[in-house]
Design a protein around this ligand. Structure first.
Ligand code: AHM
Ligand code: MG
Length: 330
């Protein structure tokens, strides 16, 4: 038996860390158990008692809540919340943070988009969970804004789980980006993508071009540029857009290129959430040698202004982000 499980891998990595107490390993364990539950539900959606469809509720972002959104949110909140390792949980689906009573609280803060791309559930397209972990910063027991709104570069770990043809768990704790595939027969994640590095360039672009009329002139010119023919600069680029950030990001991470969700006239800050989508994927891509920006400034250098605030996002290969930034400035 030579395969490395996710649990073994995390334990070995934490052994190497200074002052490790085992709390981080315990937290990661709960995340992976929740991931297995959600994976099972997603794969079984449509069989037996239907968990397809809407709950009839609308979340804090004015989006319709799917039954699977709610199920994923509840599963992660319950398992992570009871782990004794976190003092607060924030979620794209929850207006207010969950604050864990101090007798059961730990030193970490857990943030998540429990089911990203959930509008794709009914059409059997890959969806995912995005997560991010910070350390409590403020002294004392109370969880403050200083704890919930930290600079993105202060993440302790971040990652995502894709519920696709196979279920993958990708994460970084600042020591490379590693991917694990769920063996459904054993119910165990095994190391399948050690030390992922994103190609420095890539001629794939990913954006909802249906929004073009609402973009500013530089955004339009940049996308037009990518579509021009010039073999020397590998243009035209190929367009890929799934509409599930986790899936679009994962392809970009493995193959290179750029994913974008810019601001537009309707939504100057775009659609994606800083803490639940942009910051964790920025931490992942940076640890794989790539970059993420809001078009002007690196995402990792920014402090969010509110738990649910949004940001334009340009993420992918380092050279592609540099090119995008230079063209968006013109
Ligand atoms: P969600 O987290 O509510 O599912 O919304 C975010 C999703 C992303 O997965 C995806 O990149 C984007 O919304 C797609 O938006 P659009 O349909 O505007 O292209
Ligand atoms: Mg999302």
């Amino acid at each position: 038996m030579e395969k490395t499980t996710l649990v073994q891998f995390i334990r070995n990595q934490e052994k190497l860390a200074d002052g490790a107490t085992g709390n981080f390993t315990s937290l990661m364990n709960e995340i992976l158990v929740a991931a297995k539950f959600v994976s099972l539900e997603v794969n079984g959606a449509g069989i037996g008692e239907s968990i397809f469809g809407l709950t009839g509720k609308v979340n804090v972002h004015d989006e319709e809540v799917q039954k699977l959104d709610e199920l994923a949110d509840n599963t992660f909140c319950k398992l992570v919340g009871q782990s004794g390792t976190v003092c607060a949980i924030t979620s794209e689906e929850l207006e207010d943070p969950i604050i864990i009573p101090k007798e059961k609280a730990g030193k970490y803060i857990f943030m998540m988009d429990p089911l990203d791309g959930s509008s794709n559930i009914d059409v059997d397209v890959s969806i995912g969970t995005i997560f991010s972990i910070y350390r409590k910063k403020s002294p004392g027991d109370e969880v403050t804004q200083e704890d919930l709104l930290q600079k993105a570069s202060e993440q302790v770990a971040a990652g995502y789980i894709i519920y696709g043809p196979s279920t993958l768990f990708i994460y970084t704790s600042g020591k490379g980006v590693h991917g694990f595939t769920l063996d459904p027969t054993l119910g165990e994640f095994f190391l399948s993508h050690p030390d992922i590095k994103i190609p420095e360039r890539g001629s794939w672009y990913s954006i909802n071009e249906g929004n073009m009329e609402t973009w500013d002139i530089n955004q339009r010119r940049y996308v037009e540029y990518l579509k021009e023919k010039d073999p020397e600069t590998h243009r035209p680029y190929k367009l890929r857009y799934i509409g599930s950030l986790v899936a679009d990001f994962h392809r970009t991470l493995l193959k290179g290129g750029i994913f974008m969700y810019p601001g537009d006239t309707k939504n100057p800050a775009g659609k994606l959430r800083f803490l639940f989508e942009a910051a964790p994927l920025a931490f992942v891509v940076a640890n794989a040698g790539g970059a993420a920006s809001d078009g002007v400034q690196a995402i990792l250098d920014q402090i969010p202004t509110a738990v649910h605030c949004k940001t334009p996002l340009f993420i992918g290969s380092k050279k592609e982000i540099e090119l995008a930034e230079s063209m968006l400035k013109k």
